[in-house]
Design a protein around this ligand. Sequence first.
Ligand code: SF4
Length: 457
Amino acid sequence: MLNMTPKEIFERKALRINPAKTCQPIGALYASLGIHNCLPHSHGSQGCCAYHRSHLTRHYKEPIMASTSSFTEGSSVFGGGANLRQALKTIFQVYDPEIVAVHTTCLSETIGDDLPSLIKKAREDGIIPEGKFVIHTNTPSYVGSHVTGFSNMTAAMVKYFAKKNGASKDTINVVPGYVEPSDMREIKRLVGQMGIKYILFPDTSDVLDSPQRARFSMYPKGGVKIEDLKDTGSSKITLSLGKFASEGAATLLDQMCEVPYKVLDLPIGIAATDRFIEALIEVTGKEPPESITDERGRVVDIMTDMLQYFHGKKVAVFGDPDQVISMTEFLVHLGMKPVHIVTGTPGKYFERRIKEIVKGVVDNPNVKAFGDLFLLHQWIKNEPVDLLIGNTYGKYIARAEDIPFVRFGFPILDRIGHSYFPTVGYRGAMRLLEKMLDALLDRQDRDAPDSKFELVM
Ligand code: SF4
């Protein structure tokens, strides 16, 4: 497996191998699915849309709805305006969404289609029916990653809808970041249990984890409602979880409607969840109920019960930056040593933050933003690890180097559970503890000689 990956590392300037990211539009598509009654629309050639839909379907095992402008060679030269007009006509006639959320691909970005003007003209010409909405964001795939696309579409929700309209001042906005539907559900549960009124956007729970019913529903019951998006402009504060995926929407809300904001890490692991709960206390004055402090206590209990199996273990982690930052902190608090850490998403903040987190724990960590899995594999060959954490693409390295592997992040194409069981909050921390312990102890069982094959661990 991966026999051509050499141990010796040569600096690569132009060749990327096994990237740890994908392109902007897929993140925008995912964010759009977090609006109620929304059809995501890909303005470009149809291959992108087919790939992004199938990739999300493989991750969620759910139908992923999206339309496309289906560019031909002609539209690539003369612009895709006519394609978009035709697409909007067909979409509203045939699929009847309340809102169409348009993102772009590298093709429409390169030719420079002017989406605001095209959408305005479509509205003036009656192509967009009364009471229906079309929003857009530009998602050039040669900038950033899928996380950037998610961030851009989330900001577009603010740009098109947020108003200072005198709605409840007690409400807080929560931008949950590029996380799973189960994570969004868990964040809502925590905030709800504290008796806090909130608007969470986007919200893919009950869209991408919707139950099997006898009849297919094109627009499942979940998703943030447009009225709620309008009210975000009058909320007391915005808590944006995950700098890379959520800060853009929060800063725009502040600029447009003077809603102050706080950027927090994704609440993955005990310390980051504590900071999230503390922020909720600070901005609302409400205390967490006993049910939440009990959950925290259970996590602490598991950590103290099982610390001996985590202590000193070397770990390699890769994935999206917001997830990896919080996960690295959690690993450090478990007494582990995150020695190789990679994200495919560019951004110097990532490297700075990770180095801060592992300071005093790992002497010379290998940290790279805009890195790839080829480099991660080479690092592992030079300094082996006890555990690998990352998305499904890590399974090749895990097999090649015989490393216990925990699937975490996006995409997970070969297992189930990630969209149903959270990794955020105290419950998520408990689940991560179980997954990591299972991986480490299964390995211990596999390798133990008969005389050391323990019944009780
Ligand atoms: S990189 Fe460009 S062409 Fe490829 S899927 Fe993404 S948007 Fe489409």
